[in-house]
Design a protein. Sequence first.
Length: 312
Amino acid sequence: MPGTPSLVTIIILNWNGLADTLACLASLAHLDNADACEILVVDNGSTDGSPPVIRERFPGVTLIETGENLGFTGGNNVGLRWALERGSDYALLLNNDTEVAPDFLCLLVEAVEADSRVGIAGPTIYYYEEPQTVWSAGGEIDWRRGATWMLGLNERDTGQFGDTPREMDFVTGCALLVKRDVLQRVGLLDDRFFTYYEETEWCVRARRAGFKIVHVPTAKMWHKIPLDARESSPLVHYYMTRNRLLFLRVSRAGLRPWFHTLVGEYLHTLLSWTLLPKWRLKRPLRGVMVRAIVDAGRGQWGKLPAPQESRS
């Protein structure tokens, strides 16, 4: 296909997710431009016996074992360094719990190559169990409140996003195509995040370096994440709470978003969970939230010591 780069490295991070990873790899076998791709699985210290099975089922896939859980940032950075050493024109970060349309990658690459200023592109992501319901169609940042959100979340796709690439503040790391020039100019993911908010900060860095971030509506994939998957997870709540503050710090946000985040949202949330009976089920998360805020104040980033770490 004209315009297809010589090499796209697809990086899939696996952590005890063998079944999802195998299904994702099977999906990638049907890509329209599979001959222009190489697939790298970074195993992030799995204990479920994933590596030998992946090697047996997909002998053409390269697999790197980190030996420990380096998080979303550390594991993907291993892959990004490998892609740079290989001379790849593009790297695609892809969650292992996803399946993609055959023309998914072609459309992302075409969108980037159609405009030399575009450095990062992301697709429309749907719920796997509800294939017409959107999980993400790009993301926006409200710098006055220090808030970020994904566009289209839980909306039925009725064509509201059009069919041409749209400039965004960020796209989710669930599926993110990045040009080699971006890696060379702005660097890799910030390991202090470990997981969550890292792709948002990365996109901010890229935009400030002069690159565009775009959502490509016609590029489609499906994410195996339940609608309420994150609401009850203490680990997710910890990282989302702490890393929002790291994001504000690293992106040099002003006093207004800090005040809104800490007082208008965090303090308000803690008081609501304490005083209002309707939030009594959230009360066990208060300690998690307080620890996240304290750790941020102390500059304690990276991995939270815990039996398990997860990202969906």
